[in-house]
Design a protein around this ligand. Sequence first.
Ligand code: F6P
Length: 516
Amino acid sequence: MLAASREVVAVTGDSVSEAVRAASSLDGDGAPIVVSNRQPYSHEYEDGEMSVDRPAGGLTAALDPVMQTVNGTWVAWGSGDADRDVSDGGAVRVPPDDPSYDLQRVWLDDDQLEGYYYGFSNQTLWPLCHSDTARVRFSTADWEQYQAVNRQFAESVTSAADRQEPVVWFQDYHLSLAPRIVRERLLPDAFCMHFWHLPWPGWDSFRICPRAVSILDGLLANDLLGFHTPEYCRNFFDCVDRTLDASVDRDTGTIRYRGDTTTVRPFRLGIDAAAQAEQARSSAAEAFARGFRDEWDIGEDTRVAVGVDRLDYTKGIERRFDALERVWERSPEWRGKLTFVQKGAESRSSIPAYSRLQDRIDDRVAAINERFGTDDWQPVVYTTEMLSQERLAGLYRGADLALVTPVRDGMNLVAKEYVAAQVDDPGTLVLSGFAGAAEELGDGAELVNPYDVDAVADAVERGLRMPATERQRRMQTLDEQVHENDVYAWIARQFRAARSVQTGQQYEPPPRRRSH
Ligand code: F6P
């Protein structure tokens, strides 16, 4: 068993303790090694002084307290001069004010980053897994860099593992080849687990990948492989069945391939719901929500709808604008009475599809405001300003409606953040049926097809007119889901499943839920 080197009680919250207990129950040498592209802490120089930045939220922030308690190692891409200086060729202990685990950085030069991250990861696998096959681009040079960087990550895992049988937990699509390299060339007795944060596409999309066999072969070196939803697991089984000489058992959720077994399970990713609710209740959140209305001159009787997205073509932002335009076009009573706030976060801008999207969004916002705006009302408020967690929670809390309308999304945590932030008079969640979150939140949300502009416009109007009792009833259902399936439950379920795989326990399939 892995020993938790610090007291479980040192971490606040039952759900964190549960995740720590599950991590500590695994057979293996030493504490788990987490491997991801993004790192949990980044060092930076500010006016010549070194400072440390923590991610504002998401997976890295949630895994951090667990890693602090189990005393593991985290292998991730180190990106700047300060990262390099502080690491001095080795691992750096984090967090800086209470060092409790090792962050081991992988260094990439510009060509590697271009081919591995901007190339194969984000111009081949990203559109492929989101079933946007027209955008899939493949280059042999990118693939070679992707292979080389996966080798580098695998070697870094080996140097982080001071013994022969570590538990290694890979994250995401950047690292599909690393498990095979670790298992076959470096640490044959490692227990490898992997979570795929993107959708897994149907075979008809996946088959266009010129390196489909290698990707599947890499992932099947894992003992345990997780996806967000049962649908993605089913797609994965189909792809393996039609591509490899493997034996797929859908009843037990296992695949036999090259003499080894991989267990495939759905684990829906959640957020730190308790922290989100607390942030939404904070005075900083309340002050921000009030100040925001003043800053943008949003009148007291004007309703606010919100969208919060990384600027990615999968998020369906332009179609969302189509739907809002439709509302103002056909229902003039909403002119001056509904303001839409789109918060965007710049992303992957050196990829043309992303920079073009940013330009189109700028133009679109200007055109809508020109078409419908008046002297005292701006229909769309668009900001790419970085917001603290409290301010973002304030934005959610103050919004009467959230539009989460991706054309395809692995899970979508914005939907869950909006729900957890509805701590007083709740709003309405309008949610795309093509987000992984729809499987879980479909009952309480207004579920839409983002390609159907009129239907999204209908859902917006319905949401804004929904009586308070109905909004409360729906939000209570959603809130229970979001709290019960938080990020710590996600971690705990995976480590418990890993323990079942290690001990050969019978698999109990999760209860079937309605699919949308
Ligand atoms: O959704 C998959 C994911 O890797 C997330 O984990 C991450 O938040 C997002 O894509 C953005 O990734 P990046 O900025 O690292 O390309």
